[in-house]
Design a protein around this ligand. Structure first.
Ligand code: ZN
Length: 320
């Protein structure tokens, strides 16, 4: 009996999760297309499958490129009690104060959003349709990551507070279960004067939600019998463990719309960043753009990233 239990326990695996889950990332990018103005929407709608499918390329790249991992988070709490008083907003100032190595170690998502934004402006200016699509997909990804409270802390998976697994719980399991009930009406994309300031604004807001994200789950964990917390399902020779529907519903309700609000804000910001990049590029006419083929090298490198990803060869941090 004991032996059987041991085997059972060793075969239990967590259902794998990535940032916002594939499901949420893809849907955020897809929905952002619909808030674009008339002279942009046709081009994006014609390529909506690309924008959606490539919403998770940035996560896939983490498996083959060591430089990729820090682009998805910022461990704000590593900069002290009042991190946002301490970290200079501009990369050059922050680098001067902390060194590039330290910044990279603690995650660079706000600067990555800025960098991808200006690459997108350039791609619009050059009328390079495939780069526009690729960078739009990536930008949507980084913006969405910045909306996840657990992407702003070194306790990113609750591993420092006895809550390991909360990362995928919040950003994958909950939207997969409940986003059908969400209201995604955001209003049209708006022009953003200062993309870097906007990136910091979303991170400050996400970080302000971190305490509730963790405390509410910790409280719930105490109030619900442990055998109700997880559900198990069989897949092949493995038993997969995930947060049960009852536990997920209780957490989701106690969060009072937090996941929904953050997902909706991700849609609005993604569309607004795309729109602003197009405006900053001088509003080029998109109707003549055709989708160009990706180069052979690009295809090989993306296939390579994908196969490493499937094999689960991880470089860098797993949960962001
Ligand atoms: Zn990510």
């Amino acid at each position: 009996m004991k032996k059987k239990l041991f085997i059972f326990l060793t075969l239990i695996v967590w259902i794998s999760c990535s940032s916002w889950g594939f499901f949420a990332h893809q849907n955020i990018n897809r929905m952002a297309v619909f808030i674009l103005p008339a002279n942009m929407i046709r081009f994006y709608k014609n390529n909506i499958l690309y924008i959606k499918e490539h919403a998770v390329d940035a996560d896939k790249r983490r498996y083959s490129d060591t430089a990729e991992a820090p682009r998805h988070f910022i461990d704000a709490d590593r900069y002290g009690k009042k991190p946002f008083d301490s970290i200079p907003e501009k990369w050059v100032d922050a680098e001067l104060k902390f060194t590039a190595n330290r910044l990279i170690e603690n995650g660079i998502v706000p600067w990555q959003i800025e960098r991808t934004y200006y690459s997108l402006v350039k791609a619009f200016r050059e009328r390079d349709s495939i780069r526009i699509l690729r960078l739009s997909a990536d930008l949507g990804h980084y913006i969405s990551d910045a909306h996840v409270p657990l992407h702003t802390t070194e306790n990113y998976n609750g591993q420092l507070s006895g809550q390991t697994g909360i990362h995928g719980f919040w950003e994958s399991r909950l939207p997969e279960l409940y986003s059908g009930e969400y209201d995604f009406i955001t209003g049209p994309a708006k022009y953003l004067e200062n993309p870097l300031k906007e990136a910091w604004k979303m991170i400050r807001n996400s970080h302000s939600l971190l305490d509730s994200t963790l405390l509410i789950e910790a409280r719930l964990n105490k109030s619900i019998a442990s055998d109700l917390k997880f559900s198990f399902s069989e897949r092949g020779d493995k038993i997969e463990r995930q947060y049960s529907k009852e536990y997920s519903r209780a957490y989701h309700t106690a969060l009072k719309g937090m996941v929904e609000n953050q997902m909706r804000a991700s849609v609005l910001m993604t569309g607004s960043f795309w729109f602003s990049a197009w405006v900053d590029a001088g509003q080029p006419l998109l109707k003549n753009f055709t989708q160009t083929e990706i180069s052979k090298e690009e295809k090989i490198s993306s296939d390579n990233a994908e196969s490493l990803y499937i094999k689960g060869r991880i470089i860098g941090r797993a949960e962001n």
